[in-house]
Structure formats: C-alpha cells, structure tokens
Design a protein around this ligand. Structure first.
Ligand code: SF4
Length: 268
C-alpha cells in the first residue's frame, strides 16, 4: 500500500489587507514590529553610525584611487598624487565638520549657520548613514536618532513665523486619538493641517501654500525622504510616530512635543 509523505504546509505570511502600505514598507512581512513599532534611540547611535559611514566612504574612495592609480598615472604622471591630495583634503574637511557637529549638538550652541549644519551637509550625511544602517539591519533606530539630532539643532534656532505661514502635515495612518489631538492643537494655534497621503502630495501642498515653516509627522522611513526633499529649502521639524499595529495604520505620536513645536514656531 502506498503511503503518502506528510505534506509540508507552506509558511503562511500574514499580511494585513486593511491598510495601504507606503512604498517604504513594501518589504514588511506582516509580523509585529520590534518594540511595538517604537524605534526610539539615543543620538549617540546616529553619531556612531555616521562615524562608521565616514570611515567606509573614505576607505572606499581611497581603495578606488589606489586601484585606478596606475591607469591614471599613464594618463598624466602627477594625476594620482593630485587626486590623493584632493581626497585627503575632502576627508579632513568631513572630519572637521563632523567634530563641529558633535560640539554643536553636545555643547548646546550651534557653531555653524543652519545652511552649513542641519540644513546642508547634515541632510546628505543622514541619507548615506541610513543606507549603511540598512545594510546592518538598524535602519529605523538610526533614522530615529538622526531625526532627533536634526530636530534638536533646528528647534534651537528659535525661528518664529506667522500663524498662516506654518503648515502642519500629517500622514493618513494616524489613530483616531492622535488625529483628534493634532486637530485640537492646530485649532488652538490656528494653523492649517493637511493630510499628505504621499510624499509627492506633500511637496505639492508645500508648493501651493508656500509656508515659511512646516511641522511634519511621519514614520522614520517616510520622514527621512521628506526631510531630504524639503528641509534644504524650508525649515521643517519632523515628528516621528510609534506604530503599535504595524506600518501605515493606527500610528500614535507625542502630542506634547507637537504642541511645544507649534507654540514655539508661532511665537505664542
Ligand atoms: S507615514 Fe504612515 S502611511 Fe506613511 S509610510 Fe509611514 S507608516 Fe506608512
């Protein structure tokens, strides 16, 4: 009599269908997020990863130059040495800037204008560091720490704008409680709120409304792309959320922080 081997059931991956995932979460496997979707991390995590990033980028550029040196030398004998000096200068400038960033953050006084600190090289550094953190599986925590450092430096500038010049941008995934809280704050300080369902729409709202400052709410992944696209041109404070029910649904946020930012920006 033929016996049948036990049939192996394919592993079921439970993916919620009652939500639309942002593309940043395309690879989510439906499992609960670590620590209930709270990626809080200290600033030193970002600084450690960005130091590693500087090291990796510097080593990669040096290695490439070393490999290409014979060919470059055949083109023009002094070329490898000249490029070596340029590379050394760039590495030195990057290390000096990083030291100034550390001193500004921990010293409590920004030592460079914002275009040279949080709204300039910092945004680029944040993006490259996020890629390194992605390879090492610590993306969300490192991005959270990076956004916290950015916010600390940006809040410290003490900028104020008129009520109509501030825009609050929120995502479509807020829980009812969080949404009610945001609307109550916006009502108290008479600032407009927009739900930005996609990054593209957020940029359109900004183009059309022409605010002088933005308080944006998003998860770490969405916030990083948003800051990269907008924060270089416009002052933005970015409030990250917790995702207790996984990405793109029922997100909660720190309403006290949001209120203090809105209040500070409108000078109330
Ligand atoms: S902000 Fe919300 S909706 Fe947008 S990608 Fe993040 S979790 Fe999803």
């Amino acid at each position: 009599m033929a016996t049948s081997a036990p049939v192996q059931r394919p592993q079921l991956i439970h993916i919620e269908t009652d939500r639309r995932l942002g593309h940043e979460w395309d690879e989510w496997d439906g499992k609960p997020l670590p620590n209930n979707g709270d990626y809080a991390a200290p600033p030193r995590l970002f600084f450690a990863y960005s130091a590693l990033t500087l090291l990796v980028v510097g080593a990669a550029a040096t290695g490439l130059l070393f490999l290409l040196a014979p060919r470059l030398g055949a083109l023009w004998a002094p070329l490898p040495a000249a490029l070596g000096w340029i590379l050394a200068g760039c590495c030195g400038a990057a290390v000096l800037w990083f030291a100034i960033l550390l001193a500004s953050f921990y010293g409590g006084v920004s030592l460079l204008p914002e275009a040279l600190l949080e709204r300039g090289p910092y945004l680029r550094m944040m993006n490259v560091t996020s890629r390194v953190a992605r390879w090492l599986g610590r993306r969300d925590w490192v991005e959270h720490a990076a956004i916290d450092v950015y916010n600390t430096l940006a809040v410290r500038r003490g900028r104020t704008v008129g009520k109509g010049e501030l825009l609050v941008l929120i995502p479509r995934c807020l829980s009812k409680g969080a949404l009610d809280g945001v609307l109550a704050i916006a009502g108290r300080y008479e600032v407009p709120v927009f739900v930005a369902t996609r990054g593209q729409l957020a940029r359109r709202v900004i183009r059309e409304r022409r605010p002088r400052a933005v308080v944006a709410v998003a998860c770490e992944r969405d916030m990083l792309t948003g800051l990269r696209d907008v924060a270089g041109k416009l002052p933005v404070l970015g409030l990250t959320m917790q995702l207790p029910n996984g990405p793109c649904r029922d997100a909660v946020l720190d309403l006290a922080t949001m209120e203090s930012w809105v209040k500070g920006l409108v000078g109330a």
